[in-house]
Design a protein around this ligand. Sequence first.
Ligand code: HEM
Length: 510
Amino acid sequence: MDSISGQAMFLLFCFILSCFLIFTTARSRGSSRRDTTLPPGPPRLPIIGNIHLVGKNPHCSFAELSKTYGPVMSLKLGCLNAVVISSPDAAREVLRTHDQILSGRYFNEAVRSINHQDFSVAWLHPSSPHWKQLRKLSVTQLFSPQRIEATKDLRMKKVQELVNFMSESSEREEAVDISRASFVTALNIISNLLFSVDLGNYDSRDPSVFQETVTGVMESIGNPDFANFFPFLRFLDLQGNGKKLKDCSERLFRVFREFYDARIAENSSRTNDKDVSCRDFVDALIDLSQGDDAELNIIQIEHLLLDLFAAGTDTNSSTVEWAMAELLRNPKTMTKVQAEIDRVIGQNGVVQESDISQLPYLQAVVKETFRLHPAAPLLLPRKAETDVEILGFMVPKDTQVLVNVWAVGRDSSAWENPTRFEPERFLGKETDVKGKDYELTPFGAGRRICPGLPLAVKTVPLMLASLLYSFDWKLPNGVVSEGLDMDESFGLTLHKTNPLHAVPVKKRVH
Ligand code: HEM
């Protein structure tokens, strides 16, 4: 019986594939006239198209292919039509000239598995009133210049805790997992902005469930998935990305709900009004979700918090980890940036956010890290709302558009010695990461630019400068700097495959 139903399934599968093949062949013949203006791309195999070329690190495979097929390149990934952008000029076309047409998202099956596309600031369509409401809410409550200024002591305190943790490790002459330690710092900054609590702790006995869960969210959304290429396979969830995202998000939603409910209970038992300076993001969310004219419900709140934790922790910590890895691989650059920080801060001081503007070389180190290791190497996928022309090529309606900022950052027509870590290239230049210079857009640009940018550009340099000011760094077990591997693993956020471990050596007594 089993083998009969197995054969029937197999025949049905062959039938569906044949229909699909006949259909796509007929369609491509019918549209051959229009194809002449489509962006060039590699030859396609029947049915799978170019899927076999994607690989584990799509940003690298796409960058390699674009050397042959150009900065506006077509790919056919099963049923999915994609265009990959790989030069500053083409990025400008997408992120500025045609930003309006291209700022909808192309969401995948994992996102769909928790209906995130209906609630999430990262996936909703920008014409949706809810997207506008969420962007406005996060800007006014978290990222406006006033909020950033008002929360600077919090960032200082959390970075000081990171330095204290490193001091303890240095006394034990222990190597530290830089990614994990900086994740805890980034997590505690976000969790205090949102809930006024620490969710992370540096205790290495703790398995860091939160980090694994957040990384799980990013991986399940970022992993190439067959269901995105063949929607009729959706129900099988072959790679388990849908299940993984469901599990991870449910775990996080439970945590969020506990904090939310506890705060409502606390507020209702309060006899006097809460001091304005003690109010955090969750208080603002509660205000918006209570009463007859409530603007938000708990499901929308859970999805918003998921976005903020997922987008705001891993990105920050992986950037700090890549910066440290590059500096350990380039000892002269390490010495130079430490000398600058020592000169500005002096002996026995503490790095303050206000010092960063006087540290041009440190800023250049951060930019160079963003250039070579952008946290989201393909940004988030966009979708063409209508046919649109990019650098003379026709990108048809409904195409997925990926901006490969990793490739743009290594484009030899834009950068001299593109693969070398040379922060000097930024000295005396105005080039910045804020979405105006299309050769360097690690935060995206245009209406979908990362809303957390103002926070990230404060946090990353402060963390890095503090680590470099308080400690000298060496690689464990006699690893020499040239021997440090820089392998990457893609999963929406770009990670070092082998987490960086380094030994802090205290430079001064506090
Ligand atoms: C080093 C740090 C960070 C990097 C490199 C980064 C990068 C990005 C990128 C590339 C995008 C997509 C832009 C596009 O599609 O054009 C994005 C979107 C987003 N980021 Fe960030 N981000 C960082 C930190 C943060 C932080 C700290 C937060 C909040 C706490 C945050 C929240 C978001 C949100 C909510 C979106 C979705 C916006 C939308 O689609 O409308 N990010 N980020």
